[in-house]
Design a protein around this ligand. Structure first.
Ligand code: URP
Ligand code: ZN
Ligand code: ZN
Length: 463
């Protein structure tokens, strides 16, 4: 048998197994896994001794080329997927935004145009719904059939993205009927807005007030309400960017009752805290994203949530804005700082470092959190999210002992700072394949814009 590539002596790590094998790639796919594969006639032979071979990471929460807060996120689908690939992420699910008065199809078409000649790795879309009349409600079923099988709704950002409970409930009913999945931004936007207005009236304008005006109770209340609405609608619900123990408790209670409630957290909530605002001047704007940073003790609760399956996924909520000129839009008023932070590049390294080296969970659980559970929940499995004969050859050769200090000086995201500046990681991708093609080879980018494909996802079928 001839292979385009044979990876020899790999330690294959999936969500369930760890074993030594040779892995053969033919075209887009994994075509053989065996104790030893003949390499004589093969195109390329890679010796993976000492490295882990894991399925490509799947980041289900990114915002590339997204207009927000009076500006546009600074990574587009080319720079964003390149940075993702450097970090071992070979699939991302971004958000197509439906603006008021638009059809859902318009949102989908707009984001397809943004991505199609730029992405270097594969991508899919959720649809953010901001205006749900009867026509758009009807359209949800069609979008699911077209492979956009999940929808993000907001309980925050009144006047921009926020939907009322009746509309959320209707959307959940429709999702339940067509096997879609509702992803919820769970914060009580009404209460937060009152607290924000009070702070501004008291002259509190510095970046840290973004965090101080969004209490954990507002996140917990909305999480609980989202779960209750989903339960009444008979729908599954996926809580995005969960940041605190109060909200975690609500997800745990729901799951203990057997409800199909799921949640993700992000590396910023595992590594950063409210203490990051103790920096001079306007520097704190680097940490303005939503939900905000919490007190440090929440971090360990979130790690435990990942270990015990209260949390199923780690995504990034990558939404980069440069400090110069973009974050600076809010120099005199924290409500004008574009909300979001950059993180697409370091998710695998941060989760491996803190999760596996930090002794919170095994390498298999790491793979489950960054690749397999995202693939299963969002209709990409088994094409993505595992290493098996017939699966896409989205693969990462991962050095579990590589040490590095994260810095904006060396990262590949198109943004002028790092949220994780100075943090030491242990474990990093070396070589990354997207459908059998190397996109990162021993730390160098060797991919090409436009080679990433849109992925039509399957309907929700559980985890
Ligand atoms: O601050 C954030 N998270 N910006 C992106 C939009 C969102 O709510 O996910
Ligand atoms: Zn959100
Ligand atoms: Zn987001």
């Amino acid at each position: 048998m001839r292979f385009d590539t044979v990876i020899r002596n790999a330690t294959v790590v999936t969500a369930t197994d760890t074993y030594r094998a040779d892995v053969g790639l033919s075209g887009d796919r994994v075509s053989a896994i065996a104790a030893q594969l003949p390499a004589e006639n093969s195109g390329r032979v890679i010796d993976a001794t000492g490295l882990l071979l894991i399925p490509g990471g799947i980041d289900v929460h990114t915002h590339l080329d997204m207009p927000f807060g009076g500006t546009t996120s600074s990574d587009d689908f080319e720079t964003g997927t390149i940075a993702a690939a450097f970090g071992g992420t070979t699939t991302l699910i971004d958000f197509a935004i439906q603006y008021k008065g638009q059809s859902l199809r318009q949102a989908f078409d707009t984001w397809m145009t943004k991505a199609h000649d730029k992405a270097v790795t594969d991508y899919a879309f959720h649809c953010i719904i901001t205006d749900l009349g009867s026509a758009q409600l009807e359209e949800m079923g069609q979008l699911i059939r077209d492979g956009v099988t999940s929808f993000k709704l907001f309980m925050a950002y009144p006047g921009v993205f926020m939907l009322d409970d009746a509309t959320i409930f209707k959307a959940m009913g429709q999702a339940a009927e067509h096997n879609g999945l509702i992803c919820m931004h769970a914060e009580n936007g009404g209460a937060i807005d009152v607290i924000v207005q009070r702070a501004l009236a008291e002259g509190k304008r510095a970046p840290k007030y973004h965090a101080l005006t969004r209490p954990t109770t507002a996140e917990a209340e909305a999480t609980s309400r989202a779960i209750a609405l989903a339960e009444m609608a008979g729908a599954p619900v996926y809580i995005v960017h969960l940041s605190c123990n109060d909200a975690l408790d609500k997800v745990r209670e729901a799951r203990d009752r057997g409800l199909p409630a799921y949640a993700e957290t992000c590396p910023q909530y595992l590594y950063l805290s409210i203490e990051n605002f103790d920096v001079p001047g306007f520097e704190g704007a680097k940490y303005v994203f939503t939900p905000p940073l919490r007190e440090k003790w929440h971090q360990e609760k979130l790690w435990q949530g990942l270990a015990k399956d209260t949390l199923q996924v780690v995504s990034t909520d990558h939404c980069p804005f440069c400090f110069k000129e973009q974050k600076e839009l809010g120099k005199d008023d924290f409500t004008k700082i574009p909300n979001g932070g950059p993180g697409i590049e370091h998710r695998l390294s941060l989760v491996y470092s803190g999760g596996v080296h930090g002794k919170h969970f095994s390498p298999n659980r790491f793979v489950q959190l960054v690749s397999t559970a995202p693939a299963k929940l969002f209709g990409l499995y088994p094409r993505k999210g595992t290493i098996a004969v017939g699966s896409d050859a989205d693969l990462v050769l991962f050095d579990p002992n590589h040490e590095e200090v994260i810095s904006a000086k060396t990262h590949h995201m198109r943004v002028d700072y790092s949220m994780f500046e100075g943090i030491k990681i242990k474990g990093a991708p070396k070589t990354v394949y997207s459908r059998g093609r190397a996109v990162i080879d021993s730390g160098k980018f060797v991919g090409r814009a436009g080679t990433g494909q849109f992925l039509r996802r399957q309907a929700y079928s559980g985890l």
